[in-house]
Every structure is written in structure tokens, then in C-alpha cells.
Design a protein around this ligand. Structure first.
Ligand SMILES: C[S@@+](CC[C@H](N)C(=O)[O-])C[C@H]1O[C@@H](n2cnc3c(N)ncnc32)[C@H](O)[C@@H]1O
Length: 221
């Protein structure tokens, strides 16, 4: 199991075990396990975060959702499973190889019919979605792709979301690097700027959560 949060390792293991026991389906476990064996496996969210996203989707009655950064499909599976009958999840990614794995598991889980995967740079897909289904037509967005793109994804999501819609940005603590002013690489600077921008933005209510590698939640006013 990779260490992906700021919690001490034993506590992280406790949280992950508790999040999966009795609740994780066989398909979810198989996908999480297969992905964790890949060299890039650390990119997938943990089961506690998957449970959190699913809870948000259910509790807020999300019908149309968006994911930016799908990889092998674990976070998308959590969101799709939580959607009601007739709900739809649009997934953005650029990797055919990784999303082939996602498609296989979505099929096994029986949620492939509610997921539309768009293989293109996310900004292109977001521009397409702004034409159809159009502004204000999404209830929820999960952002987990290239960190330098987060600010542009934020602006696009604010157009696509309805009032009261939620955006969840992953990795906003970036292993704690955002809190260290001496760290100035482009990804850290992009995430630090986004955290500050959203915090000061009168267009949203927001909260930075220390779950996983940090999740910044913003709700469109
Ligand atoms: C951190 S992974 C996503 C992990 C996934 N949410 C999960 O929990 O399993 C980031 C993904 O973003 C994709 N990505 C990177 N840049 C992108 C871009 N400009 N447009 C769309 N997808 C992009 C990568 O191909 C990769 O699959």
C-alpha cells in the first residue's frame, strides 16, 4: 500500500482498512489492487477518499458529474456508482492505455452505461461541454489532472457548474509542500496559488480538507 496522506503510516492504514471493510465491492478492490501494482499507482486516490466522493455525490443529489483526470478509473467508479438512475459522469483524460483498464472495470461494475469518456486534453473537452450540455448544467466536478492546469479547470468548472454545485480538487496539500515557501517548483506554486485564489474568491464558499493528499472543496454561490 503506498503512503499518500500526511497521516502517520499506521493511522493511514487504519483509515484505509476501515473505509474498505464491508463496503468496498469486489470490482473496486480488484481495480485498486491492480492499479497499486503499476509504477504510477500512487496517482490513484485512496479508498477513504473514494468513499468521501461517493458520499458527497449521494448527499448532494448529484445527477451530472465531471471528472478531470481519470487514469485507471478508480475515482470515476466511486462517483458513477453513487449516481442515481439516469445520472451521467463525463470523464476527461489523454491516456488511452490507462483508460482501457478503467473501461474494463466500469464494465464489470455495470456502470459503463453512465460514463462518457472523452480522450482529449481536458481544456478541449471542457470547451465542448460548455457548448453542450452548456453552462450551469453540472452538479459536481472532481479535478485530479495536471496541476498547472488547475486554475484554468477552476474557471471552466465555474462556468459548467450550477449554483450550489461542488468542485473537489485533489492533491491541494501536495505532501505538505504548499506550506513550505522554500519549495518553488511549478506544480507546488500552481497549487499554492489556487488554494489562495479560491480562499479569497467571492464566487464560492470553500474549505481545504486534509483528507488524502488534501482536497479543496469549493461550492459555487
Ligand atoms: C492523478 S491521475 C488521476 C487519478 C484518478 N483520479 C484516480 O483516482 O484513479 C491524473 C490523470 O490526468 C491525466 N491528464 C494529465 N494531463 C491531462 C490533460 N491535460 N487533460 C486530460 N487529462 C490529463 C493523466 O493521463 C492521468 O491519467
Amino acid at each position: 500500500m503506498s503512503h499518500r496522506s500526511l497521516l502517520p503510516e499506521a493511522v493511514e492504514r487504519y483509515v484505509e482498512t476501515l473505509s474498505t471493510t464491508g463496503r468496498e465491492t469486489d470490482v473496486e478492490r480488484r481495480l485498486r489492487t491492480e492499479t497499486s501494482r503499476m509504477a504510477q499507482g500512487g496517482m490513484q486516490i485512496g479508498p477513504d477518499q473514494a468513499a468521501f466522493l461517493a458520499l458527497l455525490v449521494r448527499a448532494t443529489g448529484v445527477r451530472r458529474a465531471l471528472e478531470i483526470g481519470t487514469f485507471t478509473g478508480y475515482s470515476a467508479l466511486a462517483v458513477a456508482k453513487a449516481l442515481p438512475e439516469g445520472g451521467r459522469l463525463y470523464c476527461c483524460d489523454v491516456s488511452d492505455e490507462w483508460t482501457q483498464i478503467a473501461r474494463r472495470y466500469w464494465h464489470d461494475a455495470g456502470v459503463d452505461g453512465r460514463i462518457e469518456l472523452r480522450l482529449a486534453p481536458a481544456q478541449e473537452t471542457l470547451a465542448d461541454l460548455a457548448r453542450d450540455p452548456g453552462p450551469g448544467s453540472f452538479d459536481f466536478a472532481f479535478v485530479d489532472a495536471d496541476k498547472e492546469g488547475y486554475d484554468a479547470y477552476y474557471e471552466s468548472c465555474l462556468i459548467l457548474l450550477r449554483r450550489g454545485g461542488l468542485i473537489a480538487f485533489d492533491n491541494t496539500l501536495w505532501s505538505g509542500r504548499v506550506a513550505d515557501p522554500a519549495v518553488e517548483d511549478t506544480d507546488t506554486v500552481a497549487l499554492r496559488r489556487l488554494n489562495a485564489k479560491v480562499q479569497a474568491d467571492p464566487r464560492v464558499d470553500c474549505c481545504l480538507l486534509s483528507i488524502g493528499d488534501g482536497v479543496l472543496l469549493a461550492c459555487k454561490r
